[in-house]
Design a protein around this ligand. Structure first.
Ligand code: ADE
Length: 419
């Protein structure tokens, strides 16, 4: 079996880590038990490009239990947990191509290795796998039945492909499930981003100005968790609706050019490029901490920071590069501008990935059953499956809820009853 991981001897450490995560993923566990009986993915060749974490291992093992033949490559050069990659290779006989800290060339070599598997289904996080397939390996596209996509950025790219008429098979936007973005993006990114910042810097958030750039689901999460830790949270936005929501949620809202002068810690969660740019870094206070929790490392203009700095940055702590600007200020860049929650911490906790990956597993099953009726476009999981995941999650948390009475159901469907 071919694979490329850092060190297979880390496998037993990885196994414990996977078991720990799986113990907090009861919804995925229930799906796995059913998959093992019904084998809904029997013989299906899947190439997955996901963050190689213990939670992802839980998903891969679920798909494997359902009969899929899987190859896994990293969806980010810095997010791999090397011990998890080793365990999947050694204990689950799964070809994995992922090494934490791999360079860009290795990253793309790994994606191509995953495509050498000749998948019938793609499972992507950020759309790099699907993009390489369409741009560099078009002859292989007719072999693909369907795909799934995990994240906001990937869904935006897929919609752009569909709009251009470039997308050639149907893809399920897992991110668009309510049980994904309303939980993973908000509570997952909220907690794991602060976890990454704290592990990298050991900085006290209380009393500091935390500038959250972007108030989508991820920004909402980071801002609310930052507030909970005692930070003074400033939100910057380009969308008036989101900006208004941030104001009414109690945050100070201002343009980034203004926030740049007062912020202590800056986090980008926009999905766009050069959001923190030259003009902002030119006015930041000395000691500012700058990081990104959006999918790509394009949100902070690092070349501009390099250009305004003298000499090479100092690697003052793991994942902290300290730049000294020509006017003598120090700016601390975390994790090379890559997803700080996965670079310096462990990504979202398992309990929230339980729902995201339940959507992936049930989404894969749904797409395999339905791809013949779907044209090349971007789809959302049926609401009934989404709600079932929420119901199962509540049940595993020991939470029960009320049911509508028959009279209430009838009332909601009627229009003739008034005051
Ligand atoms: N994305 C964010 N957190 C993650 C995790 N723990 N595993 C896989 N993908 C993630």
């Amino acid at each position: 079996m071919d694979f490329d991981v850092k060190d297979p001897s880390l496998a037993s450490q990885g196994r414990y880590k996977i078991e720990w995560a799986e113990s907090q993923m009861p919804v995925l566990k229930a799906i796995r038990e059913r998959f093992a009986k019904e084998l809904p993915l029997k013989g299906l060749k899947v190439s997955a490009c996901l963050h190689v974490t213990s939670e992802t291992a839980g998903l891969m093992r679920t798909l494997q239990a359902g009969g899929a033949d899987i190859v896994l490559a990293a969806s980010n050069p810095l997010s791999t947990q090397d011990e998890v990659a080793a365990s999947l290779v050694v204990n689950d006989e799964m070809p994995v191509y992922a090494i934490k800290g791999e360079d860009n060339e290795t990253y793309y070599r790994h994606l191509n290795a995953a495509l050498d598997h000749h998948p019938q289904m793609t499972m992507d996080d950020g759309c790099d796998l699907v993009s390489v397939l369409h741009k560099e390996r078009p002859n292989q596209v007719p072999e693909i039945l369907c795909g799934t996509e995990e994240t906001t950025t990937g869904v935006i790219r897929l919609r752009a492909m569909a709009q251009d008429g470039a997308l050639r098979f149907p893809v399920l936007a897992v991110n668009d499930s309510m049980t994904k973005h309303q939980f993973d993006n908000r509570y997952g990114t909220g907690q794991s981003t602060l976890d990454g910042i704290i592990r990298a810097t050991n900085i006290l958030l209380a009393g500091r100005s935390l500038v959250v750039i972007g108030y989508g689901w991820c920004g909402r999460g980071v801002a609310s968790r930052g507030k909970g830790m005692g930070a003074h949270v400033i939100v910057t936005e380009v969308d008036p609706l989101k900006a208004l929501e941030a104001v009414m949620d109690g945050f100070q809202v201002m343009p980034l050019a203004q926030a740049a002068k007062v912020g202590d810690i800056f986090v980008t969660v926009t999905g766009n490029k050069n959001v923190i740019d030259n003009e902002h870094m030119a006015v930041m206070k000395s000691g500012a901490v700058v990081c990104n929790s959006g999918h790509f490392n394009a949100e902070i203009n690092i070349p501009a920071l390099k250009a305004m700095s003298v000499g090479e940055p100092r690697n003052v702590r793991p994942f902290v590069e300290q730049y000294t600007t020509k006017d003598g200020r120090q700016i601390n860049m975390l994790g090379d501008g890559r997803l700080i929650n996965l670079a310096a911490a462990e990504g979202h906790p398992a309990a929230v990935m339980d729902m995201s990956f339940a959507n992936q597993a049930l989404g894969a099953e749904f797409m395999l059953k339905n791809f013949k009726t779907l044209s090349p476009n971007v789809y959302t999981i049926p609401e009934a499956i989404d709600r079932e995941i929420a119901r199962l999650k509540l049940a595993t948390m020991g939470v029960s809820i009320d049911l509508l009475t028959n009279a209430q159901t009838k009332y909601l469907a009627s229009w003739d009853e008034g005051t």
